[in-house]
Design a protein around this ligand. Structure first.
Ligand code: AMP
Ligand code: MG
Length: 472
C-alpha cells in the first residue's frame, strides 16, 4: 500500500499575495526517525507502513499526491521591533485535511529555502526537531492546545550552525498556521483585499460565530487567555512570544527555546536570545495582551469607522488581563484541589507561590506531591510551608474530590530540560532510544509510572541547563 493523505487545500485558494508556491527541496539521504500513527489515523492518513516512503515524503523528497505546497507570508513584531516581512523561511505547508477533529494543516519544517528565507538556509538541525516533537506531543497530552508532531526524518545532510550538525525535518500538524503577524502584514501593506480575505477565512475556519472584527478579536483573545493560563499552570515558558509565533487558533506554536521550569522562579528565562527577559515566565500574561493589541491594530481597517474601532478595540484589549486572571485562578485553583476557586483563593494560591519562589521549590513536584501530603519535603524550610498548608487544608475540607482534581491538574512528569538535552545528545550519536522512551512516558503525564521515576527528578547541579538556544 502506498501513502494516502486526503488533502483538501483551502489556504492555497486565497488571494495569492498571502503565500508563494514552493516545493520542498530534495535532501541527500532521507532516513526514518518517527511517525505518529495515532495522529495519522485521526487525520485519515492511510498506507503508512513503508518507513522508506515515509522518510522520502516527510523529508521533502516526494510531494504526496493532492498536496499543493506553499510558504505562507507574515510579518511580526520580534522582541517588540517591527519586521515588515518574514514568512515561512524554512517551512512548507503541504496542504490541509478536513479531518473528523476539524481541518488541519500538514506542514514540513526544515524542508529547504523559500522566497521568505532571507539569509537562512531553510533547514533545521536534529536537536530542535526532536525537542519540538517531544514537547509538542507532551503539551497535547497535558491537555494544552498545541500544534502536533506527525513525523521526524533525518535529511542525511549536515547543517552549519555554531558547529556542523545533522539535519532533520519535522512535520507539524496545526489547526491552522495563521498568526497575528499574518494579519499584520496585510494591514501594514494596506492590502484591504488580502486582509478581508484572510479575516473571512479565519472567521470561517476558527470562530464561525464571530459576526464582526470585534467579536473575532474577542474570540482570539479568549483562546489566547486560556492558553497562557495553561502554560503558567505547568510552568511552561514559550521563550519567543513574537507576534509571528502567536496563533490565531489559540494553539501553542513554534517551539524554539521553550522550556518547563524546574525550580520556581517567576522571572525565569531560558532563551539565550531573550537577553532582557521580555518573555520571562511571569511576563507571559502581559506579553499576550501586547500581542493582542497588535492584532487589534491590524484589524482596524476592517471596521467602518476608525475612531469607533479604536475605542472598541482598546476597551476589549483592556479587559483581557481580567480574562487571563480568571483562567489563571481556575487553573491554579485546580492545582490546589479547588473545583470553583473564588477571589479569596487567589491569596491562597499566591501564598504558596511566594514560598515556592523564596525557597526555589521544584514547580512540578511541589504541586504533584500536595495530594500525597508530602509537599513539605520540597522545601528547605518546611515550617513556612506548614503554616500555609494549615489554611489550605481548612479550605479543601469543602472540596469532596480535591485529590482527583489535583491529580488531574498536576502532572507527575513533564519534559525536563536536562532530559531533553540528554535525549538530543544521544540522538546525535545515533541512539533514539531515549527519544522514544520520552514520547511513550509523556503520553500519560498525569499517571505515576514507577519505572520512570528518574524523569521526575530535577537536574543535579551538573545537569542543569542554563540556556536553551533558538538554535534553529
Ligand atoms: P522563529 O523565531 O523561529 O519563529 O523564526 C523567525 C523567522 O525566521 C521565520 O520567518 C522563520 O521562517 C525564519 N527562519 C528561522 N530559521 C531559518 C532558517 N534556518 N532558514 C530560513 N529561515 C529561517
Ligand atoms: Mg516562528
Amino acid at each position: 500500500m502506498t501513502l494516502s493523505i486526503p488533502f483538501d487545500n483551502s489556504y492555497a485558494r486565497l488571494p495569492e499575495q498571502l503565500f508563494s508556491r514552493q516545493d520542498p527541496t530534495e535532501v541527500g539521504a532521507p532516513k526514518f526517525i518517527a511517525f505518529n500513527a495515532g495522529l495519522a489515523d485521526q487525520l485519515g492518513i492511510s498506507g503508512y507502513e513503508d518507513n522508506g516512503e515515509l522518510a522520502r515524503v516527510f523529508a521533502g523528497n516526494e510531494v504526496p499526491k493532492g498536496a499543493d505546497p506553499i510558504a505562507q507570508l507574515y510579518a511580526a513584531h520580534q522582541f517588540g521591533q517591527w519586521n515588515p516581512q518574514l514568512g515561512d523561511g524554512r517551512a512548507i505547508l503541504l496542504g490541509e485535511v478536513d479531518a473528523k477533529m476539524g481541518r488541519r494543516d500538514i506542514q514540513l519544517k526544515g524542508s529547504g529555502p523559500t522566497p521568505y528565507s532571507r539569509n537562512g538556509d531553510g533547514r533545521a538541525w536534529l536537536g530542535p526537531v526532536l525537542r519540538e516533537y517531544v514537547v509538542s506531543e507532551a503539551m497535547h497530552a497535558l491537555g494544552i492546545p498545541t500544534t502536533r508532531a506527525l513525523a521526524a526524518m533525518e535529511t542525511g545532510e549536515s547543517v552549519l550552525r555554531e558547529t556542523v550538525l545533522p539535519g532533520a525535518v519535522i512535520t507539524r500538524v496545526a489547526s491552522s498556521h495563521m498568526r497575528v503577524g499574518t494579519f499584520q502584514v496585510m494591514s501594514a501593506r494596506r492590502d484591504t483585499e488580502g486582509l478581508t480575505a484572510l479575516y473571512e477565512y479565519a472567521v470561517d475556519r476558527h470562530y464561525p460565530s464571530a459576526k464582526d472584527p470585534l467579536e473575532f478579536l474577542k474570540a482570539v483573545m479568549d483562546a489566547q487567555a486560556a492558553l497562557i493560563a495553561k502554560w503558567m499552570s505547568v510552568g511552561f515558558i514559550h521563550g519567543v512570544m513574537n507576534t509571528d509565533n502567536c496563533a490565531i487558533s489559540g494553539e501553542t506554536i513554534d517551539y524554539g527555546p521553550c522550556a518547563f521550569m524546574d525550580e520556581f522562579d517567576p522571572m525565569q528565562v531560558y532563551s539565550s536570545i531573550d537577553r532582557r527577559g521580555r518573555y520571562a515566565y511571569g511576563n507571559q500574561p502581559d506579553i499576550i495582551v501586547w500581542n493582542m493589541a497588535q492584532l487589534a491594530t491590524a484589524l482596524v481597517p476592517l471596521m467602518p469607522d476608525m475612531d469607533e474601532a479604536i475605542q472598541l478595540f482598546t476597551q476589549a484589549v483592556h479587559s483581557m488581563p481580567d480574562v487571563i486572571q480568571s483562567y489563571w485562578t481556575q487553573a491554579f485553583g485546580a492545582k490546589l484541589g479547588l473545583s470553583i476557586p473564588d477571589a479569596n483563593d487567589v491569596e491562597l494560591i499566591n501564598g504558596l507561590l511566594k514560598i515556592m519562589a523564596a525557597q526555589k521549590a521544584d514547580f512540578t513536584n511541589t504541586f504533584r506531591t500536595l495530594s500525597a501530603d508530602n509537599a513539605r519535603d520540597q522545601f528547605t524550610n518546611p515550617l513556612e510551608f506548614d503554616a500555609w498548608a494549615e489554611g489550605w487544608k481548612q479550605r479543601i475540607e469543602r472540596e469532596p474530590s480535591a485529590t482527583e482534581t489535583m491529580n488531574a491538574a498536576n502532572p507527575w512528569v513533564i519534559p525536563r530540560n536536562h532530559q531533553i538535552e540528554a535525549m538530543i545528545q544521544s540522538a546525535v550519536s545515533g541512539d533514539y532510544a531515549k527519544f522514544h522512551e520520552m514520547n511513550a512516558l509523556l503520553a500519560t503525564p498525569y499517571t505515576e509510572q514507577p519505572d520512570a521515576v528518574a524523569y521526575t527528578r530535577p537536574p543535579a547541579e551538573a545537569e542543569r541547563v542554563q540556556a536553551t538556544f533558538c538554535g534553529t
